[in-house]
Design a protein. Sequence first.
Length: 239
Amino acid sequence: MVRFNLCILLFLASGLVNGGDEPVSDKDEPFVLSTRYYPLTIGNEYYYKGFKAKAPNRELLVKAELKNVQVVDDEDYFYLFSRSENIRYLVRRDGAGVYMRILKREFPLFGLSFNVHLQPELLFLRFPLAIGEKWSQQVTASARILFIPIRRTIEASYHVVDRVLLHTEAGDIDAFVVNASLGVVGEPMASKTFWYGENVGYIKASAPEDSMTIVGYRVFDEQNGLWIDKSPSDSGRYK
């Protein structure tokens, strides 16, 4: 039976843990502030360092960027792209959270990269963000592999477990920590942890097979109407 590699959920899961973290006290009006933890503006750029468990001595330097907006079923989705990892995502955000609709990345099967369509769209970050919040969802993941249609029911469960000040090469970032349990229904689930930073978005991931941490970014501050540029000095090395 064909298996989907369930690190499909949420951008690249490969990286380097840099520094530590410390608790952050809750702020007022979490619903109003929640959107700040996943900014979406065309031109946003992210730089990550990562490692894969199967190649622990090879450091990955990865750049991701929001390229454009695409319409699917009358909804506007932002196109998130990483050239070096051949990974693409369509994501959108509203007052209830952040959703994923289509993704493309390499899977173990044949070493191919192909599009996976999620129906309904997957809510991978729910608002308001608050420690203790939990949610789960089942979606159908569909793809064509060598012209053969493949469909699997995916189960995803999420738990906001902490809020920390994460120390990174890009500076200290206020972040919510989300544990995720992901898998094909009826098969073993994979456990992963994601960090989402204020005014940045996806900043860190940790999983048995790989991990990733942000080292720089250029992101539009939607609240204040200005660009925050903390790109690494060697940004040209990130592909």
